[in-house]
Design a protein around this ligand. Sequence first.
Ligand SMILES: [Zn+2]
Length: 160
Amino acid sequence: MQCPDCHHENLLGVNQCEACGLNIYDLLMDDVETKQLARFISDELELDKPSSSQPLLLYLPSLQTPIAIARRPSLAMGRKDPESTLLVDIDLTRFDAQALGVSRQHARLEANQMLPVLLDLNSYNGTFINGQQLTPNEPYELKSGDEIRLGSLIASLYFK
Ligand SMILES: [Zn+2]
């Protein structure tokens, strides 16, 4: 994760920049507010009541800007299929998800607890936290700064 402020290239799983010491969540959150990127929250989430806690920030290197995700008990991650009625809360279609091997219903994020939990939904290409493959349908607790990989799509999750 490259520090949004000093551009130091940090190791995986780092939550505070090793060079300047700044909190990466706070730096990413500044981006969300100043650049009005809350629009990246999907329509379903916008209809939801505002959460009392701070949103999760999903950072995709290709995007260079974080996606704010309202904290909810169950968030399906994958890509929307026009042929299917299955709901996807975090739709990764626009990040080249299909080419990167993301399944329609790839993983589920449970984010109502302080520490969010990630489950692989028996996806075709697997879900990984910091390079470790998850056993399907088993919950794994996340730490802020963890790298999440769905197939070959890489993102980092920050929260506080
Ligand atoms: Zn820094």
